[in-house]
Design a protein around this ligand. Structure first.
Ligand SMILES: NC(=O)c1ccc[n+]([C@@H]2O[C@H](COP(=O)([O-])OP(=O)(O)OC[C@H]3O[C@@H](n4cnc5c(N)ncnc54)[C@H](OP(=O)(O)O)[C@@H]3O)[C@@H](O)[C@H]2O)c1
Length: 306
């Protein structure tokens, strides 16, 4: 990559930041598109967040991604929010414009886009079971409701959090039916046959938090099962769903398409998605190999990979 006086800058702020995969595929996309742009990982401490945002604007950054733990806190420094960012109360993409800072939420948008592009699944009119009610689940729920799903069932370990998300969706999307069930509610099993899409948006299944988010009974061929975790590439939940004949997607697709949407917001161009996917896959293969087999390396044989 050539850096010179004309290079336009983008990046990602968070704490910690060393595990981010975004620079690899964002920079690959700039190169493929022939843009003299660069994307940098930027470690920002909590007490420095406001200074960092002002500094990035002063340094003429075109835009940035925002990751944990600042997706909510960063909002107070922005001038304008996209509808999804406003409703979800979370921003993962900022565009530095001459007349102000605009915040977007491409996490949920990326999730919905990946459903369409990777599974030819249109959310309109569908029934969805969403496991989790944290930040990622909220962004996904908002984008699914915006995309016109018919019914959303939320299952979460802490019921109060699920109820807050239920109210948010109900208040903003009154046509979407929203129900909350406890993790051990036996209706989850009986309602399973009515769901088209089942999403794990909890951290259960990560290498540090292994396990199953819900029981697998009644998950089968008619379901699309999406686990937004991408390390490991195939969680126990996805492996079980695949054995039962369900179609599966892993979180690398959400990661990829949120990045695609951010790239398009900054550049105003269509992103080279295949290049970004290949760069992400190569990086994950590398990480899988480094994990000494704890995380399955990506191969073309893993049907949930690129
Ligand atoms: N693919 C992507 O692009 C992408 C993007 C963002 C996040 N993610 C992944 O999504 C997951 C959630 O992230 P987040 O930002 O939403 O985190 P978060 O706000 O902390 O929410 C965590 C969620 O997981 C649940 N949970 C955690 N440990 C649990 C346990 N032992 N048993 C049952 N439920 C448990 C929490 O339930 P309670 O409410 O009961 O605590 C909550 O619903 C993480 O694995 C993250 O890596 C992926």
């Amino acid at each position: 990559m050539k850096i010179d006086g004309k290079t336009k800058l983008t990046g990602i702020i968070g704490y910690p930041i060393k595990h981010t995969l975004s620079p690899v595929f964002q920079n690959a996309a700039f190169k493929k598109a022939g843009l003299n742009w660069a994307y940098l990982p930027l470690l920002v401490k909590s007490e420095q967040l406001g200074f960092a945002i002002k500094g990035l604007k002063a340094l003429n950054f075109v835009g940035i991604n925002v990751t944990m733990p600042y997706k909510k806190e960063v909002i107070k420094y922005l001038d304008e929010l996209s509808p999804a960012a406003r409703i979800a109360g979370a921003v993962n993409t900022i565009l530095f414009k001459e007349d102000g800072l605009v915040g977007y939420n491409t996490d949920g948008q990326g999730f919905v886009e990946s459903l369409k592009k990777q599974a030819q699944f249109s959310p309109r009119g569908k029934n969805v079971l969403l496991i989790g009610a944290g930040g990622a689940a909220k962004s996904i729920a908002v984008s699914l409701a915006m995309a016109g799903i018919k019914r959303l069932i939320i299952v979460n370990r802490t019921p109060q959090r699920a109820q807050r998300l239920q109210r948010l969706i109900h208040d903003n999307f009154p046509r979407c039916l929203v129900k909350v069930l406890a993790v051990n509610d036996e209706n989850i099993v009986s309602l399973q046959s009515e769901n088209h899409l089942i999403v794990n948006a909890t951290s259960v299944g990560m290498l540090s938090n292994p396990g199953l988010p819900i029981g697998m009974e009644n998950i089968g061929r008619k379901h699309l099962v999406y686990d937004i975790i991408y390390e490991p590439a195939e969680t126990r939940f996805l492996a079980g769903a695949k054995r039962r004949g369900a179609r599966i997607l892993n979180g690398a697709y959400m990661l990829l398409y949120q990045g695609v949407a951010s790239w398009q917001i900054w550049t105003g161009q269509s992103a080279p998605v295949a290049t970004m996917a290949a760069a992400l896959e190569a990086e994950q293969n590398l990480k899988g190999a480094k994990n000494n087999g704890k995380s399955k390396p990506a191969t073309r044989k893993n049907s949930n990979r690129f």
